[in-house]
Ligand binder design. Structure first.
Ligand SMILES: Nc1ncnc2c1ncn2[C@@H]1O[C@H](COP(=O)(O)OP(=O)(O)OP(=O)(O)O)[C@@H](O)[C@H]1O
Ligand SMILES: [Mg+2]
Length: 378
Protein backbone atom coordinates (compact mmCIF):
# COMPACT_ATOMS: atom_id res chain seq x y z
CA UNK A 1 0.00 0.00 0.00
CA UNK A 2 2.62 2.50 -1.11
CA UNK A 3 0.04 5.14 -1.97
CA UNK A 4 -1.39 4.87 1.53
CA UNK A 5 2.05 5.62 2.94
CA UNK A 6 2.15 8.70 0.79
CA UNK A 7 -1.26 9.83 1.94
CA UNK A 8 -0.24 9.43 5.58
CA UNK A 9 3.24 10.87 5.24
CA UNK A 10 4.00 13.97 7.24
CA UNK A 11 0.79 13.89 9.24
CA UNK A 12 1.40 15.30 12.67
CA UNK A 13 0.64 12.93 15.53
CA UNK A 14 0.96 13.16 19.29
CA UNK A 15 2.26 10.39 21.52
CA UNK A 16 1.99 9.70 25.22
CA UNK A 17 2.41 6.68 27.36
CA UNK A 18 -0.70 6.69 29.53
CA UNK A 19 -4.40 7.16 28.86
CA UNK A 20 -6.11 10.37 29.91
CA UNK A 21 -4.35 13.67 30.07
CA UNK A 22 -1.63 12.75 32.57
CA UNK A 23 1.95 12.58 31.49
CA UNK A 24 3.86 14.54 28.90
CA UNK A 25 2.67 14.47 25.34
CA UNK A 26 5.15 14.56 22.48
CA UNK A 27 4.67 15.67 18.93
CA UNK A 28 5.82 13.44 16.12
CA UNK A 29 5.29 12.95 12.42
CA UNK A 30 4.30 9.99 10.26
CA UNK A 31 7.26 8.80 8.17
CA UNK A 32 5.64 5.86 6.45
CA UNK A 33 3.16 3.02 6.60
CA UNK A 34 2.31 -0.34 5.15
CA UNK A 35 -0.58 -2.77 5.70
CA UNK A 36 0.14 -3.39 9.34
CA UNK A 37 2.68 -0.93 10.59
CA UNK A 38 3.05 2.77 10.98
CA UNK A 39 6.46 4.43 11.25
CA UNK A 40 6.68 7.71 13.14
CA UNK A 41 9.61 9.97 13.93
CA UNK A 42 11.26 9.28 17.29
CA UNK A 43 9.88 11.83 19.78
CA UNK A 44 12.43 13.94 21.65
CA UNK A 45 12.34 15.76 24.96
CA UNK A 46 14.76 18.69 25.12
CA UNK A 47 17.08 17.07 22.64
CA UNK A 48 16.95 13.63 24.28
CA UNK A 49 15.21 10.57 22.97
CA UNK A 50 12.00 9.68 24.78
CA UNK A 51 12.41 5.97 25.38
CA UNK A 52 9.55 3.72 24.37
CA UNK A 53 10.46 0.04 24.34
CA UNK A 54 9.36 -2.69 21.97
CA UNK A 55 6.26 -4.37 23.35
CA UNK A 56 5.11 -1.27 25.21
CA UNK A 57 1.69 0.23 24.47
CA UNK A 58 1.58 3.93 23.71
CA UNK A 59 -1.30 6.28 22.98
CA UNK A 60 -1.41 8.00 19.62
CA UNK A 61 -3.54 11.03 18.87
CA UNK A 62 -4.32 12.79 15.62
CA UNK A 63 -5.00 16.14 17.11
CA UNK A 64 -2.95 18.59 19.13
CA UNK A 65 -4.01 17.99 22.75
CA UNK A 66 -3.59 21.72 23.35
CA UNK A 67 -6.00 22.58 20.54
CA UNK A 68 -9.21 24.39 21.40
CA UNK A 69 -11.40 21.54 20.24
CA UNK A 70 -9.72 19.15 22.68
CA UNK A 71 -7.30 16.31 22.27
CA UNK A 72 -9.48 14.03 20.13
CA UNK A 73 -9.78 10.23 20.48
CA UNK A 74 -6.99 8.01 21.81
CA UNK A 75 -5.52 5.18 19.74
CA UNK A 76 -3.58 2.66 21.84
CA UNK A 77 -0.89 1.00 19.72
CA UNK A 78 2.00 -1.32 20.37
CA UNK A 79 5.61 -0.35 19.81
CA UNK A 80 7.08 -3.06 17.58
CA UNK A 81 10.56 -1.75 17.10
CA UNK A 82 12.86 1.22 17.59
CA UNK A 83 14.99 2.14 14.62
CA UNK A 84 17.96 4.45 14.30
CA UNK A 85 18.35 4.34 10.53
CA UNK A 86 17.68 6.00 8.15
CA UNK A 87 16.05 8.21 10.80
CA UNK A 88 15.43 7.64 14.50
CA UNK A 89 11.92 6.25 14.41
CA UNK A 90 9.34 4.06 16.09
CA UNK A 91 7.53 1.24 14.32
CA UNK A 92 3.99 0.84 15.63
CA UNK A 93 1.09 -1.50 14.94
CA UNK A 94 -1.36 0.08 12.53
CA UNK A 95 -4.84 -0.83 13.71
CA UNK A 96 -7.74 -0.51 11.25
CA UNK A 97 -9.40 2.31 13.17
CA UNK A 98 -6.12 4.22 13.37
CA UNK A 99 -5.67 3.78 9.61
CA UNK A 100 -9.20 5.03 9.08
CA UNK A 101 -8.57 8.06 11.27
CA UNK A 102 -5.35 8.89 9.45
CA UNK A 103 -6.98 8.43 6.08
CA UNK A 104 -9.97 10.56 7.07
CA UNK A 105 -7.66 13.31 8.16
CA UNK A 106 -5.56 13.29 5.07
CA UNK A 107 -8.43 13.35 2.64
CA UNK A 108 -10.64 15.90 4.21
CA UNK A 109 -10.30 19.37 2.83
CA UNK A 110 -12.51 22.37 3.39
CA UNK A 111 -15.06 23.24 0.74
CA UNK A 112 -13.63 26.29 -1.00
CA UNK A 113 -15.99 28.91 -2.39
CA UNK A 114 -14.69 31.84 -4.48
CA UNK A 115 -16.90 34.93 -4.23
CA UNK A 116 -16.55 37.13 -7.26
CA UNK A 117 -18.20 39.66 -9.55
CA UNK A 118 -17.67 41.30 -12.90
CA UNK A 119 -18.37 44.81 -11.77
CA UNK A 120 -16.84 46.23 -8.59
CA UNK A 121 -18.84 47.48 -5.64
CA UNK A 122 -21.75 45.04 -5.92
CA UNK A 123 -21.37 43.57 -2.43
CA UNK A 124 -18.72 40.80 -2.50
CA UNK A 125 -16.97 41.83 0.67
CA UNK A 126 -20.22 42.40 2.55
CA UNK A 127 -21.37 38.97 1.46
CA UNK A 128 -18.09 37.20 2.23
CA UNK A 129 -17.84 38.63 5.73
CA UNK A 130 -21.45 37.97 6.67
CA UNK A 131 -21.69 34.53 5.07
CA UNK A 132 -18.59 33.68 7.07
CA UNK A 133 -20.20 34.88 10.27
CA UNK A 134 -23.46 33.04 9.49
CA UNK A 135 -21.62 29.78 8.83
CA UNK A 136 -19.47 30.12 11.93
CA UNK A 137 -22.58 30.85 13.95
CA UNK A 138 -24.16 27.68 12.59
CA UNK A 139 -21.19 25.71 13.90
CA UNK A 140 -19.34 25.26 10.60
CA UNK A 141 -15.59 25.78 11.00
CA UNK A 142 -15.11 28.60 8.58
CA UNK A 143 -12.25 30.79 7.36
CA UNK A 144 -12.39 33.72 4.99
CA UNK A 145 -9.49 34.86 2.87
CA UNK A 146 -9.30 38.41 1.66
CA UNK A 147 -7.75 38.25 -1.78
CA UNK A 148 -9.14 41.60 -2.82
CA UNK A 149 -7.27 44.87 -2.93
CA UNK A 150 -10.45 46.95 -3.00
CA UNK A 151 -11.11 49.81 -0.65
CA UNK A 152 -13.34 48.25 1.98
CA UNK A 153 -11.30 45.26 3.07
CA UNK A 154 -12.55 42.40 5.16
CA UNK A 155 -10.63 43.51 8.24
CA UNK A 156 -11.89 47.07 7.87
CA UNK A 157 -15.48 45.87 7.62
CA UNK A 158 -15.10 43.98 10.88
CA UNK A 159 -12.92 46.59 12.51
CA UNK A 160 -10.22 44.16 13.46
CA UNK A 161 -6.59 45.09 13.34
CA UNK A 162 -4.49 43.19 10.83
CA UNK A 163 -0.85 43.76 11.71
CA UNK A 164 0.31 41.03 9.32
CA UNK A 165 -0.96 39.52 6.11
CA UNK A 166 -0.16 36.87 3.52
CA UNK A 167 2.85 38.89 2.32
CA UNK A 168 4.54 38.28 5.65
CA UNK A 169 3.81 34.58 5.32
CA UNK A 170 5.03 34.38 1.74
CA UNK A 171 8.27 36.11 2.69
CA UNK A 172 8.83 33.84 5.64
CA UNK A 173 8.48 36.57 8.26
CA UNK A 174 5.35 35.21 9.95
CA UNK A 175 3.54 31.89 10.29
CA UNK A 176 -0.10 31.26 9.42
CA UNK A 177 -1.00 31.25 13.10
CA UNK A 178 0.52 34.72 13.46
CA UNK A 179 -1.39 36.31 10.61
CA UNK A 180 -4.83 34.76 11.13
CA UNK A 181 -7.33 36.98 12.95
CA UNK A 182 -10.30 35.87 14.94
CA UNK A 183 -13.73 37.21 14.02
CA UNK A 184 -17.17 36.62 15.58
CA UNK A 185 -18.11 33.04 16.58
CA UNK A 186 -14.56 31.82 15.97
CA UNK A 187 -14.59 32.79 12.30
CA UNK A 188 -11.01 32.86 11.07
CA UNK A 189 -9.92 35.71 8.85
CA UNK A 190 -6.81 35.63 6.67
CA UNK A 191 -5.79 39.13 5.59
CA UNK A 192 -4.43 38.96 2.07
CA UNK A 193 -2.41 42.12 1.68
CA UNK A 194 -1.18 42.19 -1.87
CA UNK A 195 -0.03 38.57 -1.45
CA UNK A 196 -2.75 36.86 -3.44
CA UNK A 197 -2.85 39.44 -6.21
CA UNK A 198 0.73 38.65 -7.18
CA UNK A 199 0.67 34.88 -7.24
CA UNK A 200 2.00 34.81 -10.79
CA UNK A 201 5.17 36.59 -9.63
CA UNK A 202 6.05 34.36 -6.71
CA UNK A 203 9.13 32.20 -6.83
CA UNK A 204 9.00 28.46 -6.16
CA UNK A 205 9.98 28.84 -2.53
CA UNK A 206 7.45 31.56 -1.78
CA UNK A 207 4.62 29.71 -3.49
CA UNK A 208 5.58 26.54 -1.66
CA UNK A 209 5.39 28.30 1.67
CA UNK A 210 2.02 29.77 0.86
CA UNK A 211 0.59 26.44 -0.27
CA UNK A 212 1.94 24.52 2.72
CA UNK A 213 0.48 26.99 5.21
CA UNK A 214 -2.88 27.41 3.54
CA UNK A 215 -3.24 23.65 3.07
CA UNK A 216 -2.94 23.40 6.83
CA UNK A 217 -5.85 25.84 7.10
CA UNK A 218 -7.74 23.87 4.49
CA UNK A 219 -7.43 20.65 6.45
CA UNK A 220 -8.56 22.30 9.63
CA UNK A 221 -11.55 24.27 8.33
CA UNK A 222 -14.78 22.95 6.83
CA UNK A 223 -15.48 25.97 4.65
CA UNK A 224 -13.18 28.59 3.15
CA UNK A 225 -14.68 31.66 1.49
CA UNK A 226 -12.42 33.74 -0.73
CA UNK A 227 -13.22 37.34 -1.57
CA UNK A 228 -11.53 37.39 -4.97
CA UNK A 229 -12.03 40.98 -5.99
CA UNK A 230 -13.71 41.99 -9.24
CA UNK A 231 -12.49 41.55 -12.76
CA UNK A 232 -10.89 38.89 -14.87
CA UNK A 233 -7.13 38.90 -14.32
CA UNK A 234 -5.49 35.49 -14.34
CA UNK A 235 -5.13 35.76 -10.62
CA UNK A 236 -8.87 35.89 -10.19
CA UNK A 237 -9.72 33.35 -12.89
CA UNK A 238 -7.37 30.74 -11.44
CA UNK A 239 -9.34 30.99 -8.23
CA UNK A 240 -12.52 30.14 -10.18
CA UNK A 241 -10.91 27.07 -11.64
CA UNK A 242 -9.46 25.74 -8.43
CA UNK A 243 -12.47 26.45 -6.20
CA UNK A 244 -15.17 23.90 -5.50
CA UNK A 245 -17.82 26.51 -6.16
CA UNK A 246 -17.90 30.01 -7.59
CA UNK A 247 -20.47 32.50 -6.33
CA UNK A 248 -21.04 35.31 -8.81
CA UNK A 249 -22.52 38.40 -7.20
CA UNK A 250 -24.48 40.97 -9.15
CA UNK A 251 -27.03 43.65 -8.48
CA UNK A 252 -30.13 44.07 -10.67
CA UNK A 253 -28.72 46.86 -12.86
CA UNK A 254 -27.80 45.98 -16.46
CA UNK A 255 -24.12 47.05 -16.22
CA UNK A 256 -23.64 44.65 -13.31
CA UNK A 257 -25.56 41.75 -14.88
CA UNK A 258 -23.69 42.22 -18.15
CA UNK A 259 -20.38 41.97 -16.29
CA UNK A 260 -21.67 38.98 -14.33
CA UNK A 261 -22.34 37.30 -17.66
CA UNK A 262 -18.76 38.18 -18.65
CA UNK A 263 -17.47 36.28 -15.61
CA UNK A 264 -19.66 33.28 -16.45
CA UNK A 265 -18.28 33.33 -19.96
CA UNK A 266 -14.72 33.02 -18.70
CA UNK A 267 -15.77 30.32 -16.25
CA UNK A 268 -17.33 28.43 -19.18
CA UNK A 269 -14.32 28.90 -21.44
CA UNK A 270 -12.15 27.36 -18.77
CA UNK A 271 -14.22 24.23 -19.02
CA UNK A 272 -16.11 24.62 -15.80
CA UNK A 273 -19.74 23.53 -16.20
CA UNK A 274 -20.91 23.02 -12.63
CA UNK A 275 -20.67 24.67 -9.25
CA UNK A 276 -21.48 28.14 -10.57
CA UNK A 277 -23.85 29.96 -8.22
CA UNK A 278 -25.52 33.31 -8.49
CA UNK A 279 -26.55 35.85 -5.85
CA UNK A 280 -28.56 38.96 -6.68
CA UNK A 281 -27.76 41.67 -4.15
CA UNK A 282 -29.52 44.97 -3.53
CA UNK A 283 -32.80 43.92 -5.13
CA UNK A 284 -35.93 45.86 -4.19
CA UNK A 285 -37.88 42.63 -3.72
CA UNK A 286 -37.44 38.88 -4.28
CA UNK A 287 -39.37 39.06 -7.52
CA UNK A 288 -37.03 41.54 -9.12
CA UNK A 289 -34.07 39.38 -8.09
CA UNK A 290 -35.65 36.18 -9.48
CA UNK A 291 -36.30 37.81 -12.85
CA UNK A 292 -32.69 38.94 -13.11
CA UNK A 293 -31.42 35.53 -12.04
CA UNK A 294 -33.66 33.61 -14.42
CA UNK A 295 -32.56 35.68 -17.36
CA UNK A 296 -28.88 35.33 -16.53
CA UNK A 297 -29.11 31.59 -15.90
CA UNK A 298 -31.03 31.03 -19.12
CA UNK A 299 -28.58 33.01 -21.21
CA UNK A 300 -25.62 31.23 -19.61
CA UNK A 301 -27.16 27.86 -20.36
CA UNK A 302 -28.09 28.70 -23.95
CA UNK A 303 -24.90 30.46 -25.05
CA UNK A 304 -22.23 29.14 -22.71
CA UNK A 305 -23.59 25.71 -21.87
CA UNK A 306 -23.14 26.22 -18.14
CA UNK A 307 -25.55 25.37 -15.39
CA UNK A 308 -25.94 28.36 -13.05
CA UNK A 309 -27.70 27.78 -9.73
CA UNK A 310 -29.53 30.75 -8.29
CA UNK A 311 -28.91 30.83 -4.55
CA UNK A 312 -31.30 33.64 -3.78
CA UNK A 313 -31.62 37.36 -3.20
CA UNK A 314 -30.20 39.78 -0.67
CA UNK A 315 -32.48 42.78 -0.57
CA UNK A 316 -31.52 46.43 -0.59
CA UNK A 317 -31.26 47.36 3.08
CA UNK A 318 -30.07 50.58 4.74
CA UNK A 319 -28.77 48.47 7.62
CA UNK A 320 -25.99 47.24 5.34
CA UNK A 321 -24.89 50.80 4.68
CA UNK A 322 -24.96 51.64 8.42
CA UNK A 323 -23.07 48.47 9.27
CA UNK A 324 -20.31 49.25 6.77
CA UNK A 325 -20.08 52.87 7.91
CA UNK A 326 -19.87 51.93 11.57
CA UNK A 327 -17.56 48.98 10.89
CA UNK A 328 -19.94 46.65 12.68
CA UNK A 329 -20.69 43.39 10.90
CA UNK A 330 -24.31 43.18 9.84
CA UNK A 331 -24.84 39.72 11.26
CA UNK A 332 -23.52 40.71 14.66
CA UNK A 333 -25.18 44.05 15.15
CA UNK A 334 -28.15 43.91 12.79
CA UNK A 335 -28.81 40.20 12.93
CA UNK A 336 -32.53 40.51 12.31
CA UNK A 337 -32.21 42.91 9.35
CA UNK A 338 -33.79 41.94 6.04
CA UNK A 339 -30.40 41.63 4.33
CA UNK A 340 -29.04 39.68 7.29
CA UNK A 341 -31.88 37.14 7.02
CA UNK A 342 -31.22 36.81 3.30
CA UNK A 343 -27.54 36.13 3.86
CA UNK A 344 -28.36 33.50 6.47
CA UNK A 345 -30.54 31.69 3.95
CA UNK A 346 -27.67 31.74 1.46
CA UNK A 347 -25.31 30.36 4.11
CA UNK A 348 -27.59 27.36 4.67
CA UNK A 349 -27.45 26.59 0.97
CA UNK A 350 -23.69 26.83 0.80
CA UNK A 351 -22.99 24.58 3.77
CA UNK A 352 -21.13 21.43 2.78
CA UNK A 353 -23.50 18.47 2.72
CA UNK A 354 -22.33 15.07 3.98
CA UNK A 355 -23.11 13.42 0.59
CA UNK A 356 -21.01 15.97 -1.26
CA UNK A 357 -18.17 15.26 1.12
CA UNK A 358 -18.38 11.56 0.39
CA UNK A 359 -18.25 12.23 -3.34
CA UNK A 360 -15.33 14.57 -2.93
CA UNK A 361 -13.34 11.92 -1.03
CA UNK A 362 -10.54 9.96 -2.62
CA UNK A 363 -7.13 11.19 -3.52
CA UNK A 364 -8.03 14.62 -4.76
CA UNK A 365 -5.66 17.50 -4.20
CA UNK A 366 -6.54 20.42 -2.00
CA UNK A 367 -7.54 23.80 -3.39
CA UNK A 368 -4.16 25.45 -2.86
CA UNK A 369 -2.30 22.57 -4.48
CA UNK A 370 -4.64 22.86 -7.47
CA UNK A 371 -4.00 26.60 -7.53
CA UNK A 372 -0.28 26.01 -7.60
CA UNK A 373 -0.61 23.62 -10.54
CA UNK A 374 -2.65 26.21 -12.42
CA UNK A 375 0.03 28.83 -11.96
CA UNK A 376 2.79 26.38 -12.84
CA UNK A 377 1.07 25.27 -16.09
CA UNK A 378 -0.65 28.30 -17.62
N1 LIG B 1 -27.85 44.67 0.36
C1 LIG B 1 -27.34 45.92 0.39
N2 LIG B 1 -28.15 46.96 0.69
C2 LIG B 1 -27.68 48.22 0.73
N3 LIG B 1 -26.41 48.54 0.48
C3 LIG B 1 -25.54 47.56 0.16
C4 LIG B 1 -25.96 46.20 0.12
N4 LIG B 1 -24.88 45.45 -0.20
C5 LIG B 1 -23.86 46.32 -0.34
N5 LIG B 1 -24.24 47.58 -0.12
C6 LIG B 1 -23.41 48.80 -0.20
O1 LIG B 1 -22.48 48.65 -1.23
C7 LIG B 1 -21.20 48.99 -0.77
C8 LIG B 1 -20.18 48.13 -1.47
O2 LIG B 1 -20.24 46.82 -0.96
P1 LIG B 1 -18.96 45.89 -0.90
O3 LIG B 1 -17.79 46.65 -0.41
O4 LIG B 1 -19.35 44.65 -0.19
O5 LIG B 1 -18.78 45.59 -2.45
P2 LIG B 1 -17.57 44.85 -3.19
O6 LIG B 1 -18.18 44.09 -4.31
O7 LIG B 1 -16.76 44.10 -2.23
O8 LIG B 1 -16.74 46.09 -3.73
P3 LIG B 1 -15.26 46.08 -4.38
O9 LIG B 1 -15.42 45.54 -5.76
O10 LIG B 1 -14.84 47.52 -4.34
O11 LIG B 1 -14.41 45.22 -3.50
C9 LIG B 1 -21.23 48.79 0.72
O12 LIG B 1 -20.35 49.66 1.36
C10 LIG B 1 -22.66 49.09 1.09
O13 LIG B 1 -22.75 50.46 1.36
MG1 LIG C 1 -14.66 44.23 -1.80
Amino acid sequence: MADEAEVFANRLVWVHSRTGKQGTIFQSRVLGADDQTLVIAQPYRQGRIVVYNAGQTVILRMQDPEAEEGPGPEYPVQVLERRLRPLPSLVLTLTPDLARALRGQSERYAKVVAITSGKGGVGKTTLTVNLGIALAQAGVKTAIIDADLGLANVDVMMKIDAPYNLNHLINGERTLREIVLEGPHGLRVVPGGSGLSELANLNEWQFGRLVASLTELERDAEMILIDTGAGLSRNVTNFFLAADEVVVVTNPEPPATLDAYGVMKVVGEQGRRHGVKLVVNRAQNPNEASLVAEKLAETAKRFLGIEVTYLGPVLEDQMVVSAVKRQKPLLVHYNASVAGQGIKRLARQLQPSPEAELQAGGERLGFFQRLRQLFANP
